[in-house]
Design a protein around this ligand. Structure first.
Ligand code: KG4
Ligand code: ZN
Length: 342
């Protein structure tokens, strides 16, 4: 299916992009002006999954279908603009839960068709990279980016906007997934990353959990051994203080991440590092990264927590850049559960 919408150019005088994100359990919409000016950023987190200890795909899709219209209307209202002022629509098309993607993506295509404006499909991971640009509009490649989310852990070089070279990724669990699984072991709700961080603040990080792949020299990540070490520790020490376990796990997980980042700075010679994705909202990680940035002389960029976790402003920002570089996406662009960057 092709349309005049897909072929039409962006009107230069009104660069308002509507971003739509529905790849997992956040229904999000945002209006971004001129690449980086966020006029609205509405995120509706689906609380229903907490009782199941993880995202239930069918429930996520149904919740997106219910929420997508009110969330988009709220984004327009909060931005103070109407439908006729929107010049393009960007939506996540990969990677993610298929049923979830298949709510926001067709919705975005239908809007683009009916409003006769361009549609752009965005890779969710690329969105996380563009979250860095929202607060640093003058950021320019090349730079290093670490994406630490619930589904992905990637270290890459942004060689050019929309052009990436992968340096490493997780061999098993994603970093946020490890936080969530350990939070579950500690009886915290889902998603558990932020609760684990709160608990860890009250504990002492004295338990020597392993730092995965510490001496391997590789730029890949691994978190499942660390998670299993916490499981065995809890089985062997039923009276362990949960706050100490949380603090100790957190230190090891953060060391695993910061090791790779410092190694990547040294091997690439790049001295600008962006750290993004849900786990980048972690204060302890941010503090430790700041110290390392001073010690190893790199410029550290971490988005505000609101832009670290899933949102649609980052999707709109990526979509505008994609539109300028490559033009609109075809309206038959498929939703993909898995997709690499590039
Ligand atoms: O980027 P994101 O919102 O969604 C995905 O693309 O996956 O990341 C969500 C992940 C979850 O695993 C969540 O537990 C984790 O980020 N997270 C945190 C914190 N806030 C969110 N992990 C550690 N500390 C936090 N403060
Ligand atoms: Zn994400």
């Amino acid at each position: 299916m092709n349309s005049s919408a897909a072929d039409s150019a962006v009107r230069p005088h009104d660069r308002f992009c509507l971003g739509i994100e529905t790849s997992c359990d956040e229904t999000a919409a945002s209006v971004v002006k001129d690449r980086t000016i966020v006029l609205s950023n509405i995120v509706s987190s689906q609380l229903i999954h907490s009782q199941y200890g993880g995202v239930v795909p069918e429930l996520a899709a149904r919740a997106h279908a219910r929420l997508i219209v009110p969330v988009i209307l709220a984004a327009l209202e909060s931005a103070g603009i109407n439908w006729s002022q929107i010049s393009c629509i960007a939506a996540t098309h990969s990677p993610g839960l298929l049923g979830a993607l298949l709510t926001g993506l067709p919705f975005a295509k239908a809007l683009s068709y009916s409003l006769d404006i361009p549609f752009v499909g965005v890779n969710h991971l690329e969105g996380h990279i563009f979250a860095l640009r929202l607060e640093h509009p003058n950021l320019s490649p090349p730079f290093l980016a670490a994406i630490l989310s619930g589904g992905h852990t990637e270290l890459l070089v942004v060689e050019e906007w929309c052009s990436y070279r992968e340096l490493g990724s997780t061999l098993d669990d994603a970093c946020g997934e490890a936080f969530d699984k350990v939070a579950k072991l500690l009886g915290l709700g889902y998603p558990g990353g932020a609760s684990l961080e709160n608990l860890a603040r009250k504990g002492k990080p004295g338990i020597p959990f392993p730092v995965p792949l510490q001496d391997s020299g590789s730029l890949d990540f691994s978190f499942s051994g660390l998670k299993t070490a916490v499981l065995y520790y809890l089985q062997d020490h039923p009276k362990a203080r949960p706050e100490d376990v949380a603090a100790s796990f957190q230190e090891s997980a953060i060391t695993a991440v910061t090791n790779r980042i410092v190694r990547a700075v040294k091997t690439t010679g790049l001295h600008t590092v962006g750290v993004t994705g849900g786990v980048a909202a972690n204060r302890r990680l941010r503090d430790r990264l700041k110290l390392l940035a001073e010690k190893h002389d790199f410029r550290l960029l971490v988005p505000c927590p609101e832009y670290c976790t899933d949102n649609a402003a980052m999707i709109a920002a990526a979509g505008i850049e994609r539109l300028d570089r490559f033009g609109p996406s075809p309206l038959n662009l498929p939703a993909l559960a898995r997709a690499r960057l590039g």
